[in-house]
Design a protein around this ligand. Structure first.
Ligand code: GDP
Ligand code: MG
Length: 439
């Protein structure tokens, strides 16, 4: 499916104009991609509606590269839906800052507790205390103690005969005494959301008055994750979500749904079992992952950063009046090059390898170097009026650029063809055409 989306994108990408039908087609693919990534149906519906409205609006239709603009809108809206960068953790006015970790059994609470503590110490030089408040799961306390040993960090536990509320109470007192500035409470989970669990967690919350309540969710659970997040949020009021097991092959659509349904930011993602396998949540990265667009977005950003819109307009004007010269050609080559190695750029375009037209594009950096050398060996007059380049001049240019006469001939021929093509293109669209820079 991601392939189909990419095909649609590739098709639209090159267009100078997109029609409403194009947008519709693209939105159909985006919709499918999202559903397949396990994004909640209602979330998808709202999303597609919002993007469609923007995509047929002025901002896109009047841009130089409408196909790319549509993709940009999709990305922006997806990113906005997942919130901005949200990895900050609250700091209590009076230490210790208390973080309560909640979630279903096996979601990764205990592991994430260790990961977060590790992060707090490493990045913020904090002194966290790990609290073993899961008294139900066999060996849960032991698991946290083992993590504590690995991290060389204090673990507070009172065995499994004391209630979690009491454990939390004593742990906080202990933290104050020992000058721990963070207290991370690893709570119990169940296989399903149930009343007893929620009651107990509510009690712990009331006593510990946590600054953060993080829900740990297994990204692989897909749609179910949304219901889980909703239940926990209703009962406890979450301040953040940690999405674990994103190292698996899930697309992570749960991230989108959770955020949209609970309006709780996703703060971190877990990317493995190791204690350093945690990262701040990046909405844009997640957006690409969900859409399966690979590096398309990076490519677009590169293009946008490097191709000056005013220059593009100026160039378009020149094409229209067929006053395009070798000087312009050289400048355009420079712009393409400033985006990075050509084959790397092509590699970012999904399916570029398969596209027929692109096969004939010279990806060889050396060739471009030759072209540049040839143009630079021309006199000012020759660059502006290539028709004056006769046999004698061709020999001189070849010699001056360290190339050969056939190479010079080929370039001159290509340039002539290009100009002819531009003339045709511009007369066809009678000057209404918006698309300029297509490499
Ligand atoms: P808890 O029951 O919520 O405390 O879950 P645990 O922390 O015990 O984790 C359950 C299992 O998931 C363990 O085998 C962890 O190693 C594993 N796990 C946790 N987070 C991740 C992650 O981000 N990626 C992967 N691949 N495994 C994880
Ligand atoms: Mg646990």
């Amino acid at each position: 499916l991601a392939d189909r989306l990419q095909q649609t994108i590739t098709k639209i990408r090159g267009k100078g104009k997109v029609s409403e039908a194009d947008v519709k087609e693209m939105m159909r693919e985006v919709r499918l991609a999202l559903l397949e990534a396990d994004v909640n149906f209602k979330v998808v519906k709202d999303f597609v509606k919002r993007v469609s409205e923007r995509a047929v609006g002025q901002e896109v239709m009047q841009s130089l590269t409408p196909g790319q603009q549509v993709i940009k809108v999709v990305k922006e809206e997806l990113t906005a839906l997942m919130g901005g960068e949200q990895s900050k953790i609250a700091v209590a006015k009076k230490p210790p800052t208390v973080i309560m970790m909640v979630g279903l059994q096996g979601a990764g609470k205990t592991t994430t507790t260790g990961k977060l503590a590790n992060l707090l110490r490493k990045k913020q030089n904090r002194k966290p205390l790990l609290v073993a408040a899961d008294i139900y799961r066999p060996a849960a306390i032991k698991q946290l103690e083992t993590l504590g040993k690995q991290l060389n960090m204090d673990v507070f536990s009172l065995g499994d005969q004391i209630s979690p509320v009491e454990i939390a109470k004593q742990a906080i007192a202990h933290a104050k005494q020992e000058h721990h500035d963070y207290v991370l409470i690893d709570t119990a989970g169940r296989l399903h959301v149930d009343e007893n669990l929620m009651d107990e967690l509510t009690q712990v919350k009331e006593l510990a008055n946590p600054d953060e309540i993080f829900l740990v969710v297994d990204a692989m659970t897909g749609q179910d994750a949304v219901n889980v997040a909703q239940s926990f949020n209703e009962r406890l009021g979450l301040t953040g979500v940690v999405l674990t097991k994103l190292d698996g092959d899930t697309r992570g659509g749960a991230a989108l749904s959770i955020r949209a349904v609970t309006e709780t930011p996703i703060k971190y993602v877990g990317l493995g079992e190791k204690l350093d396998a945690i990262e701040a949540f990046h909405p844009e990265r997640m957006a690409s992952r969900i859409l399966g667009m690979g590096d398309v977005l990076t490519l677009i950003e590169k293009a946008q950063a490097n191709v000056d819109e005013d220059k593009a307009k100026e160039l378009e004007q020149k094409m229209r009046t067929a006053s395009f010269t070798f000087d312009d050609f050289l400048e355009q080559l420079g712009q393409v090059r400033s985006m990075g190695p050509l084959d790397e750029l092509l590699g970012m375009i999904p399916g570029a390898g398969k596209m027929k037209g692109l096969k004939n594009v010279q990806v060889d950096e050396k060739q471009i170097g030759h072209v540049e050398a040839i143009i630079k060996s021309m006199t000012k007059e020759e660059k502006q009026h290539p028709e004056v380049i006769n046999a004698g001049r061709r020999k001189r240019i070849a010699k001056g650029s360290g190339t050969s006469v056939p190479e010079v001939n080929r370039l001159l021929k290509q340039f002539e063809d290009m100009k002819k093509m531009m003339k045709q293109m511009t007369s066809m669209s009678k000057g209404k055409r918006k698309g300029g820079m297509k490499f």
